[in-house]
Design a protein around this ligand. Structure first.
Ligand code: FPP
Ligand code: MG
Length: 307
């Protein structure tokens, strides 16, 4: 993402620094919230807000919008780790592992509520609606995932819908929040496509690992009963995986190796790369060359992601 920093110039770098400062200010009120923010992340969603709103009028409202999106993202991860009983996130113990279910749920709630407070300070009703719609979609996505857990019959279409809800909706909202501030082109389709690719690649990385690269345990989705694209494709390719009882997996690493050997992770990766290429090709005509290039670089950053 360094190339986008170059392209966006000092203004973008300053805005990204302002996001970090504000995130730390907001999370300073509670140790687990602060540790969650300090664990970092790619800050892809704030970047998307800024690039979508490249010619936005004032800095402060756009920074608040970017902070709000990142706070929602952080809240969902803290809650997701409770639901998954996950030990690691970004290479560090999760709030759930450190402080337990109750504290982690409350920490996620805190980050979630601060997101809306942040946006409400300067944001428009349109922006609040977009963030609220994305939060609803994220929750629906999580519920779809729970409903489909352990079901080997999950179709690719249903899997992709889940990706849109639980991940791409926040990318879409980031584009909408930025564009709403800067009267920019409609980039929601771009956000949805790269967000879906992001989730597919995340699911590939869950199978391929390794933990040193992803900061998360390998095979977690399998052990949670979460049926993802690599598993769906691998079951079509490898009869032994097709017959596998998902509840009877005791060596997730071995099943991951089999999924990789079937070629399914590579096929899933190609599908994600196809979405990224399509998102770049379908960028609106009215974009200026600088904004177009920055969006292309963000899309490439998603395609190249390893964590
Ligand atoms: C991580 O994906 C989780 C999400 C993208 C969304 C989780 C959504 C919720 C917990 C519900 C909504 C919560 C709020 C606060 C609105 P993953 O589980 O596929 O990836 P991982 O491997 O990083 O855990
Ligand atoms: Mg998870």
């Amino acid at each position: 993402m360094a190339a986008i920093g170059e392209l966006g110039g000092e203004r973008l770098r300053e805005r990204m620094r302002a996001v970090e400062t504000r995130l730390l200010e907001i999370s300073a009120c509670h140790g687990d919230a602060r540790r969650t923010i300090e664990a970092g992340g790619k800050r892809l969603r704030p970047l998307l807000v800024f690039v979508a709103g490249l010619d936005g009028p004032a800095d402060a409202p756009l920074v608040r919008a970017a902070v709000a999106v990142e706070l929602i993202h952080s809240a969902t991860l803290v809650h997701d780790d409770v639901l998954d009983a996950a030990p690691l996130r970004r290479g560090r113990p999760t709030v759930y592992a450190r402080a337990g279910r109750v504290a982690a749920t409350a920490t996620g709630d805190l980050l979630f509520s601060r997101a809306f407070a942040e946006l409400a300070a300067n944001g428009s009703v349109e922006q609040l609606r977009a963030l609220s719609a994305a939060s609803t979609a994220l929750s629906e996505g999580e519920l779809v995932q729970r409903a489909d857990a352990w079901n080997p019959g999950v179709t690719i279409e249903r899997y992709l819908r889940r990706c849109e809800l639980k991940t791409a909706s926040l990318f879409e909202a980031a584009c909408k929040l930025g564009a709403a501030a800067g009267e920019s082109a409609d980039l929601r389709g771009f956000g949805l496509a790269i967000g879906t690719a992001f989730q597919i690649l995340d699911d590939v990385l869950d199978v391929t690992g390794p933990v040193e690269r992803t900061g998360k345990a390998r095979g977690t989705d399998l052990l949670d009963g979460t049926v993802t694209l690599p598993l769906i494709l691998a079951r079509e390719r490898d009869p032994r995986l097709g017959r596998l009882d998902l509840r009877a997996i005791d060596d997730a690493g071995e099943v991951c190796d089999r999924i990789v050997a079937s070629g399914a992770t590579e096929a899933a990766r190609e599908r994600a790369l196809g979405l990224v290429a399509g998102a770049k090709a379908k960028l609106p005509d009215e974009l200026g060359p600088g904004q177009r290039r920055a969006l292309e670089l963000i899309a490439d950053g998603v395609a190249l992601r390893f964590a």
